[in-house]
Design a protein around this ligand. Structure first.
Ligand SMILES: [Zn+2]
Length: 261
């Protein structure tokens, strides 16, 4: 009887120690220890590389570090790759927005999560590594995601971005999910601020004030930077006005990986 108890205790010790070993092996190498600070995080999606690159000086003038979420990296031309390298050298983050810009929900319904990862995620990471980038954050194409997929993709990325849009009758300062609270969350939602989003500078100022008062990071994003007033695009003038508002409200500029690394 006594021997059985001893064996049980021994087995328990072995299980605990090996459990701890497994735990420490799986433990992430990063820490979520960035102190809470008022900040804004701006990102741009898809593949408008020359339009983004054309605004290098604007970003520099306001000390803004953006995150560029690249889709279809396998299709980048040599000159686009060089422009992205210059943007990276300026301190901007080059991140992933998928290999073929698939709608994850539709794709997974037909083919399952494993095939989605094999077709949309790992080839995107590999294609970016080939040209010298190591994406560590990811923006969902069309903002389409699920909790199950979040769990899977945190194996590949430190931070995931879903999306959020202006809701009529609701201030953006009321949209909790576009504010990062430095709580180690691996998922954030960006507010779309393209010309067609309906988000005004006034809206944004209300959001910036909240970020300042609560020491949160407000997450905003756009696509192209151009004079196109109808599509998924923001003009250089509006972008500059956004940067001025961020300065006025003492928000520092962080990239996505800087939120968690
Ligand atoms: Zn996109």
């Amino acid at each position: 009887m006594r021997i059985h108890i001893l064996w049980a205790i021994l087995a328990l010790i072995v299980a605990t120690v090996s459990g701890l070993t497994v735990y420490s092996l799986l433990k992430p190498t990063y820490t979520y220890n960035r102190p809470a600070q008022p900040a804004f995080v701006i990102s741009f999606d898809d593949k408008y590389v020359s339009e983004w690159h054309a605004q290098r000086e604007l970003f520099k003038r306001y000390k803004v570090k953006a995150t560029f979420f690249i889709t279809m990296p396998q299709q980048l031309s040599q000159s686009e790759i060089e422009m992205l390298q210059e943007l990276a050298a300026d301190g901007h983050e080059i991140a992933s927005h998928g290999y073929l810009h698939e709608n994850s929900s539709k794709f997974i319904k037909e083919h399952g999560i494993a095939t989605y990862v094999a077709h949309e995620i790992t080839p995107a990471i590999q294609a970016m590594q080939v040209i010298g980038f190591s994406p560590s954050t990811f923006a969902y194409p069309y903002g389409v995601r699920s909790l199950k997929l979040d769990q899977e993709l945190t194996k590949y990325f430190h931070l995931l971005r879903g999306d959020s849009w202006k809701v009529t009758g609701k201030g953006i300062e009321e949209q909790d999910r576009i504010f990062y609270k430095y709580d180690g969350s691996r998922l954030v939602h960006g507010l779309g601020i393209d010309n067609n989003s309906g988000v005004t500078l006034q809206d944004m100022e209300a959001g910036f004030k909240r970020a300042y008062h609560n020491k949160e990071a407000i997450i905003i994003y756009a696509h192209n930077i151009s004079e196109d007033t109808t599509g998924y695009s923001i003009s250089p003038q509006t972008l500059e006005a956004v940067f001025q508002l961020a300065q006025k409200h003492k928000l520092s500029s962080l990239t996505f990986r800087e939120l968690v690394l």
